[in-house]
Design a protein around this ligand. Structure first.
Ligand code: ADP
Length: 463
């Protein structure tokens, strides 16, 4: 089994167009050529017969019955004119005696003209042939004429030039059309092949891990434009994924290093006997480890959400109901700080993943509790608004500085205030909330002012 030869797209398209044009243009020009030649030959043959008939009728009309013959001058003129046109005449009287004969009259002229015609007609089969005609006057035979010419047809100098020009013209038209077709085909092939080749090169770069190559100029053909746009999108999204992966890895390492190092140094001090392993110290280490465990849990969740942007189990969820449950769960924690946690609103049903929504509201209320000093107020509202379900978590806590607002949804971001307070988590709670809300096609907004409190608004589309 042979392996099919691999050809470039360009040569394949060009060859195909060449083959198609040859298959169509060549038969058309050949047919045209043959048809023109045939028609012209028929026309010439008809003309030759008419010429012979003309000679006979000329002779008949110039017959002088009185003298019983023709004027010498007439015969000479007719004979010589005919000879120049390629017709060799021999006129005889009723008895068969030759009165005028071209060959006898001017042998050299005669053979020169015959040779010329033979040379002109050399590519066609044929030869000189003689036709005898009777000349009649008054109903009786008064003589005869034999007309010799090149048969089955011959071209005069002008005929020859005409048909030759026509033949060259048809051939030239054929060649020119084929050349134009091939030229246009090769241009087209180039336009198609160029972006395809570039796509292959970019794909190869992507495979090697270089996601920075892009198509700069979009092709004007729709399919090619779609293809190059898709490759650009692919490269961009891979670059983004790669960035995310790198950032996540380094952020994670950074976040885990500090608490792990703290626990390790505390434990070391206790093992070495520098510190007494008091229940207080052990409990502090335990707390730190619990924090690390919570962080690892958050990170796992974050990785899961990042990996799959779709909402897995959508069902009809009443967000007011969810908010009530979550508020209930936080009652004890709020009471510890003497915070007023209130809930208002009405039922609002949206298609959503219930666990995800519980997670979002939990993170928001948990933040509100964390970042609101004792005796503060937290109010949660849930309900309908136009074509969305809305949950609002409002607190009168420490608030967020304006310059920090754009970053709080980024992973591992914590405002300076929350860092100093040593409260709070790793800074992924809002990142997770935002990812979940966006996976539902919704949006999360924040309005906040340092010292005045914060308001988080979550909108979840109904359809
Ligand atoms: P964390 O686990 O640190 O709370 P989040 O992603 O939930 O992380 O929040 C990011 C940061 O946004 C917090 O560290 C905090 O500085 C700020 N923040 C979030 N919610 C509030 C709030 N209700 N009041 C003030 N600051 C807040």
């Amino acid at each position: 089994m042979g392996v099919a030869a691999i050809k470039t797209l360009r040569s394949r398209i060009t060859l195909t167009i060449l083959a198609v044009s040859l298959l169509t243009i060549a038969p058309i020009s050949v047919f045209l050529n043959v048809y023109i030649n045939r028609t012209f030959e028929n026309y010439i043959m008809r003309q030759e017969r008419e010429r012979s008939d003309g000679i006979v009728s000329d002779l008949e009309s110039h017959y002088d019955a009185l003298s019983g013959g023709w004027e010498e001058d007439f015969l000479h003129t007719l004979g010589m004119y005919s000879l120049y046109d390629g017709y060799i005449l021999s006129v005889s009287d009723a008895r068969g005696d030759v009165l005028w004969d071209a060959e006898n009259h001017d042998m050299t002229q005669c053979s020169r003209i015959m040779m010329e015609i033979s040379a002109r007609m050399s590519t066609l089969k044929g030869g000189f042939e003689t036709h005898d005609y009777a000349i009649e006057a008054g109903g009786r035979r008064v003589g005869g004429v034999s007309v010799t010419y090149y048969g089955p047809f011959f071209y005069t100098e002008n005929d020859y030039r005409f048909i030759k020009t026509l033949n060259i013209a048809t051939l030239a038209i054929g060649l020119l059309s084929a050349a134009v077709a091939v030229f246009a085909g090769s241009l087209l092939a180039r336009r198609i092949a160029k972006p395809v080749t570039r796509t292959a090169a970019i794909a190869a770069q992507i495979a090697r891990g270089n996601f920075n190559e892009r198509f700069d100029d979009a092709p004007s053909t729709r399919e090619l434009r779609d293809m190059t746009a898709a490759v650009n999108r692919l490269a961009a999204s891979l670059a983004e994924q790669e960035n995310l992966r790198k950032r996540l890895t380094s952020d994670m390492a950074h976040e885990l290093r500090t608490p792990l190092a703290a626990v390790a140094s505390h434990l070391e001090a206790m093992i070495d006997g520098i510190w007494e392993a008091s229940p207080d110290r052990l409990s502090a280490c335990h707390d730190e480890i619990l924090r690390i465990a919570a962080l690892v849990k958050d990170l796992r969740e974050l990785a899961k959400i990042d990996g799959d942007k779709r909402v897995p189990n959508k069902s009809e969820v009443d967000i007011f109901d969810v908010a009530r449950t979550v508020c209930h769960n936080f009652e004890a924690e709020a009471a510890k700080k003497n915070l007023t946690l209130s809930l208002a609103g009405e039922a609002s049903v949206v298609p959503a993943d219930k666990d995800g929504i519980i997670r979002v509201i939990t993170n928001l209320i948990s933040n509100a509790i964390k970042y609101t000093p004792e005796n503060g107020r937290i109010s949660v509202t849930a309900g309908d608004s136009k074509d969305a379900g809305v949950v609002e978590v409002l607190d009168d806590g420490i608030g967020i500085a304006e310059e920090e607002l754009p970053f709080i949804f980024e992973r591992f971001y914590r405002t300076d205030k929350s860092r100093n307070r040593k409260t709070g988590g790793a800074g992924v709670g809002l990142t997770i909330a935002k990812s979940i809300v966006e996976a539902h096609g919704g949006a999360i907004e924040v309005h906040s002012e340092t010292g005045a409190g914060s308001r988080f608004v979550v909108k979840l589309p109904k359809g």
